[in-house]
Write a protein that binds this ligand. Structure first.
Ligand SMILES: *Cc1c(COP(=O)(O)O)cnc(C)c1O
Length: 396
């Protein structure tokens, strides 16, 4: 039986092990801090010196080009954040009012919100213990049980709504098992829009996350692996979709030297040049940042190797994770210890927090359709994140 004394002992043990990884520090060690160790000052200064801080300027084009190349896709469109990137990606991949979109219940709220912003209803599916991401086997079973093939694609038999997209999310940078998911997508003719906002630089069977779906999305929020302050991007190999994304995110203005002619109701979601300048400088450091992240992860793996009661999440064979955030997963019979461990870590100046509240536990999504969520429910009570900043690779 797990007693309180037991829990306290495990909590203290975990604090010691985390401390061994992150080194000594008088200050609170955050989960992840932004690091500006490259040409950020120079490129941002260029924007200020020239006045090209906003809509026009060359850094947006350069950032988009570099991102597309890094992510192994033909096109990238930079936008103001990852949430709108998802919203626009869903819309132009055909999601509209009255549709349903399949996504994991275990995700950050932005994934579900973007579905709602596109006018659709989120339909939550279960996660996989090994990747924390969407479980293709469970999804296959769920589709067989609840969906039917109609003239316009897959339909939820219970609600009568069209199932317009599947949105896998690579949690903390750990790739979802994409191959069986791609098979499902083609069998059911449901496009995949990847929420790859946490997985820039991660690969699955050698291919970058974000390059598998009809479109992929990125975020450059302050807490992500690289940051532009706030920012996001859409990724695609499809030229028409890329053009459509650019058009919709830039007020649908027809190019002209002086006329203001807009051909539909659109959005002002374009990433400002000053943020793109930060992005260009950050992207140059991404390969070394990922190496550093992986060294931090390796230190956690070593420090926790012989621990009973919890394990450090590792990439699956064939996958390469950016290890954006390290995750500690308690054994099933240790879920009750989680809060004692969170308290002990935070009390010791080591920032730690639980994984997200499941989406159907949030008031606005309580009535959304959902599959059996047994694994998600369990993971939601057993996963915490540990300090994972790149600079910790050099901690002593
Ligand atoms: C960060 C993130 C987003 C997008 O976030 P923004 O803050 O809007 O850039 C979307 N989904 C997930 C899973 C995220 O972690």
């Amino acid at each position: 039986m797990i007693t309180e004394v037991n829990s306290q002992r495990l909590a203290e043990d975990i604090v010691r092990r985390v401390r061994k990884v992150v080194g000594k520090s008088k200050d609170m060690i955050p989960l992840h801090i932004p690091e500006f160790t490259g040409r950020e000052w120079e490129l941002v200064k260029n924007c200020l010196d020239t006045g090209w801080v906003s809509y026009a300027g060359s850094y947006v084009d350069e950032f988009e080009k570099d991102l597309a190349e890094f992510c192994g896709v033909k096109y990238s469109v930079a936008v103001v954040n990852g949430t709108v990137a998802l919203h626009i990606a869903l819309s132009i991949c055909g999601v509209s009012h009255g549709d349903e979109v399949l996504l994991p219940a275990l995700t950050f709220v932005a994934t579900a919100n973007a579905v709602a912003h596109a006018g659709a209803t989120p339909h939550f599916v279960d996660a996989c213990e090994e990747t924390l991401g969407l479980d293709p086997k469970a999804l296959r079973h769920h589709l067989e049980e609840t969906a039917t093939m109609g003239p316009n694609g897959a339909v939820n038999r219970k609600t009568g709504r069209r199932i317009a997209a599947i949105v896998p999310m690579h949690a903390f940078g750990f790739p979802v098992d994409m191959e069986p998911l791609l098979e499902l997508s083609s069998e059911w003719n449901i496009p995949i829009v990847e929420d790859s906002t946490e997985s820039l630089g991660s690969t699955y069977r050698g291919r970058p996350c974000g390059s598998f779906g009809l479109m992929g999305t990125l975020s450059f929020n302050g807490n992500k692996i690289i940051t532009t302050g706030g920012g996001g991007a859409l990724l695609t190999d499809n030229e028409a979709l890329a053009k459509r994304a650019k058009h919709l995110t830039t007020t649908a203005k027809r190019p002209h030297r002086w006329e203001f002619f807009h051909d539909e109701i659109a959005y002002n979601y374009r990433l400002p040049n000053i943020n793109a300048a930060l992005g260009c400088a950050q992207l140059e450091q991404l390969p070394s940042r990922i190496e550093a992240k992986r060294r931090v992860a390796e230190r956690y793996a070593v420090a926790f190797a012989d621990l009973n009661g919890a394990r450090i999440l590792k990439e699956q064979p064939g996958s390469f994770a950016n290890y954006w955030l390290n995750a500690l997963i308690f054994d099933h019979d240790r879920a009750t210890t989680r809060d004692a461990v969170l308290a002990a870590l935070n009390d010791s100046g080591l920032m730690a927090r639980p994984i997200w509240t499941l989406m159907h536990r949030l008031p606005m999504y309580a009535d959304a359709p959902r599959a059996d969520l047994t694994v998600s429910e369990s993971l939601a009570s057993r996963v915490i994140n540990l300090p994972s900043s790149a600079y910790l690779a050099g901690a002593t």
